[in-house]
Design a protein around this ligand. Structure first.
Ligand code: BV8
Length: 230
């Protein structure tokens, strides 16, 4: 049986209309994500950081999963071996497309976490500063997002899947953020690795194959190929 691990980044959601980190992101073009997605930025200017996440959370209601998200959900349903989707994305498009065997290693826009009691709550609305925690009432809620300098989620489970992988497919990620960018170098020597991207990522040389083009076109074709004996 072939064990398959898929990694996705912001590029898989680009055709759904969600800006990637590299695009000039409109309202936020004067900030770099590295400057906003940090505990220090949140401590320094909570309203600015919460406003950024409120805007991105609100945008989820305006976008839909695209054929690449849907194809990965089909691949999970029909794959005969072990399957794990690891996404760096904090949007809800993989879940809405039907993916279940999924780890959101950088957290989720539609979840908040209490810094006082640790409770995690599903959250679709805005998160004004000092909103009381539904569990303990402390005004200490933050986005349940992994910021730069914070430990990504579920790393032991991700590492175990990479060690057992026979096939690794990376889709729509620039390969600039670690530890995700290093996953391709953690594979067993026999594993086959494929990168799907509109341009070569910073770690493209670590892959056996580069399929250059939009995920919305290449991922459904790759899924068909993998399921029908490619
Ligand atoms: C950690 C949530 C350790 C926030 C995110 C120096 C060297 C190496 C590493 C470091 C270093 N200094 C610091 C570090 C560590 C740091 C890091 O890697 N920094 C980088 C900037 C150098 N990493 C961390 O801090 C991580 N934590 O290391 O912890 C630790 C150890 C012990 C104890 C405690 C801690 C945590 C990183 C997580 C940060 N959070 N997201 C939020 O979203 O608001 S990162 C965020 O940016 C995303 O999640 C994603 O990971 C990253 C953006 O990357 P991509 O998803 O790849 O998106 P991008 O826009 O860059 O690229 C899009 C790609 O799609 C492009 O290639 C494009 O060509 C392609 N594309 C576009 N359209 C399409 C397409 N492809 C196909 N089809 C299309 N249509």
């Amino acid at each position: 049986m072939t064990n398959l691990v898929v990694l996705t980044g912001a590029g898989i959601s680009a055709e759904s209309g969600l800006a990637t980190f590299r695009d000039p992101g409109g309202l936020w073009r004067r900030y770099r994500p590295q400057d906003l997605a940090t505990p220090e930025a949140f401590a320094r200017d909570p309203e600015l950081v919460l406003g950024w996440y409120d805007a991105r959370r609100a945008q989820l209601a305006e976008v839909e999963p695209n054929p690449a998200h849907l194809a990965l959900a089909r691949l999970e349903r029909e794959w005969p071996g072990e399957f794990l989707l690891v996404t760096q994305n904090v949007d809800d498009l993989h879940a809405r497309a039907g993916s279940r065997a999924m780890i959101q290693m950088h957290g989720a826009l539609k979840r908040v976490r209490c810094q006082a009691c640790g409770a995690v709550h599903e959250w679709a609305a805005a998160l004004p500063r000092a909103t009381p925690c539904p569990a303990c009432a402390a005004p200490r809620l933050r986005p349940d997002i992994v910021w730069f300098g914070e430990m990504p989620m579920d790393m032991p489970r991700i590492m175990a899947a990479l060690e057992d992988a026979d096939l690794f497919v990376s889709i729509g990620t620039s390969g600039t953020v670690y530890p995700a960018a290093g996953f391709v170098r953690m594979l067993p020597p026999h594993a086959r690795s494929i990168e799907v991207n509109t341009e070569a990522s910073a770690v493209a040389d670590g892959f056996d194959e580069l399929r250059q083009g939009p995920a919305g076109v290449l991922v459904p074709a790759l899924v068909e190929e993998l399921l029908c004996g490619g």
